[in-house]
Write a protein that binds this ligand. Structure first.
Ligand code: GDP
Ligand code: MG
Length: 457
């Protein structure tokens, strides 16, 4: 999905002028990509209409007429915003607080990844200073407690369950009471799933819910269920009013769009994505960074977290970069530095997708191929003058006397020649930089998501 959406936006950047025809073509590509990944048809249709409505005035020639860069940004921002709306129900999920018990109950059909996710969650909160534990209230599936015991032991988190007790409600109540007494901060209750949505299952969930009074109930959804996610999440919502969703198996070939549009069906926020079978394969989900990454615009939040982790190595430098990111003032030189940082950090495939502006296809193929492509980006910037590097790219956006963009300016040709690359590659790099800079601007500032994210701890 990401690759296709990224391609659609790249074709926007390559178009010499943005008119209605170009917009239609791009929207067609965007919508096709969304439909292909199982996003609900109605949602896609409404997204298309909303983008068109937003962009209409600009295309008809408002204040921005003539400035292609601006018009492109408007289209890009409209697509971005509507994609964010798709995954953002505008509801704040529950946030565990320290110094009190926070009971989290996981529900969902069997095989969706509840037990795995419970352990991942316990590890996640444990790492952030919450004393965490797991209660196994799955008495339906043989071996359920063994699975919890093994994974909890591996993760070094406390657990509770029974081989003999057959009443899940009683086990859940016992476990939660015990852990509350022992002053655990995060108490995660894993429930049974069954294969189908049956009235027994829903009844059981209601009863466990009444017994443990969860602060937050989480629906665990498998990304691969596609369009069925909507009906499934609605059915669960009716009986176990969950306040958050975790979508698992986002690492596989699953299309994911179905599970993602379950958000719209139930007006419930996604809080994490499961991205693998290991304990740490859990990514926090927030709408803007997710969409940003999807569009190949990078994940500034992920990058910031990563930079904070690295800060110990070179505190001053990192602090400066974080500040610039927050202020939305990254020059081409700053951006190059980020790329170089990543190149020195080992396997790029994981980190590269977080760097704002790096194209998605950079991640295709092996890590070697990826770093080769990154090297070419560095060669290009090496051929820029100091003035160009310290700029926001504006020297490359020269316009002629008639106010029209010249396109192929002498600067681009010079840089392409100097770096042994092509005019097209230089233009692409500049487009990527421009997208990144726009994103950084949106992310920074008082109400930007960097601030919001930092408040979230
Ligand atoms: P439950 O029945 O809902 O408790 O599901 P489990 O936690 O037992 O998971 C079912 C299967 O899905 C197991 O083989 C897990 O390893 C696998 N699984 C869970 N989450 C993920 C994920 O995010 N990515 C991948 N690749 N596999 C997962
Ligand atoms: Mg299970």
């Amino acid at each position: 999905l990401g690759r296709k959406l990224n391609a659609a936006l790249s074709s926007l950047n390559r178009a010499p002028v943005v008119d209605e025809k170009v917009l239609d073509a791009i929207l067609k590509e965007v919508c096709a990509a969304l439909l292909e990944s199982d996003v609900n048809v109605k949602l896609v249709a409404s997204l298309r209409q909303k983008v068109k409505a937003k962009v209409k005035t600009v295309l008809e020639g408002g204040a921005d007429k003539g400035k292609e860069g601006n018009r492109k940004s408007v289209v890009q921002k409209a697509v971005f915003d509507e994609l964010v709306n798709l995954v953002d129900p505008g509801v704040e999920p529950y946030k565990p607080k320290k110094g009190q018990p926070n009971v989290i109950m996981a529900v969902g059909l069997q095989g969706n990844g509840k037990t795995t996710t419970c352990t991942k969650l316990a590890v996640y909160y444990q790492k952030r200073g919450f004393k965490s534990c797991i209660v196994c209230a799955d008495t339906f599936r043989a071996g359920a407690f063994d699975q919890t015991r093994q994974s909890a032991t591996k993760a070094k988190v406390a657990y509770f369950g029974s081989y003999t007790e057959t009443d899940p409600v009683s086990i859940a109540a016992q476990g939660v009471t015990k852990f509350k007494k022992e002053r655990f901060d995060v108490i995660i209750v894993d429930t049974s799933g069954r294969h189908k949505q049956e009235s027994e299952l829903f009844q059981e969930m209601v009863q466990i819910g009444e017994a443990v009074k969860p602060n937050m109930t989480v629906l665990v959804l498998d990304a691969s269920i596609g369009q069925a996610a909507e009906a499934q999440s609605r059915a669960f919502k009716d009986s176990a009013d969950f306040g958050a969703i975790i979508v698992t198996k986002m690492d596989g070939h699953a299309k994911g769009g179905g599970a993602i549009s379950a958000v719209a069906a139930t007006k419930t926020p996604i809080i994490f994505l499961g991205v693998g079978e290991h304990l740490h394969d859990l990514d926090r989900f927030s709408p803007q960074p997710f969409v940003s990454k999807l569009l190949g615009l990078g994940d500034i939040q992920g990058l910031m977290e990563h930079m904070h982790d690295m800060a110990s190595q070179n505190p001053d430098k990192q602090k400066e970069m974080v500040k610039k990111l927050e202020e939305g003032k990254l020059s081409i030189r700053d951006w190059r530095e980020q790329i170089q940082n990543v190149m020195s950090m080992g396997p790029i495939s994981k980190i590269a997708s977080m760097i704002p502006g790096l194209p998605q296809d950079l991640l295709a193929g092996s890590d070697e191929e990826g770093s080769l492509r990154m090297k070419r980006m560095i060669y290009i910037t090496d051929s820029m003058t100091a003035e160009e590097l310290d700029s926001d790219g504006s020297p490359f956006l020269e316009v002629g006397k008639d106010g029209k963009p010249i396109g192929l300016t002498w600067r681009i040709i010079r840089v392409a020649k100097g770096s042994g690359t092509s005019v097209r590659e230089v233009e692409e790099l500049l487009c990527q930089y421009r997208m990144m800079a726009n994103m950084a601007k949106q992310a920074g500032g008082k109400n930007g998501w960097i601030q919001t994210m930092q408040k979230m701890q």
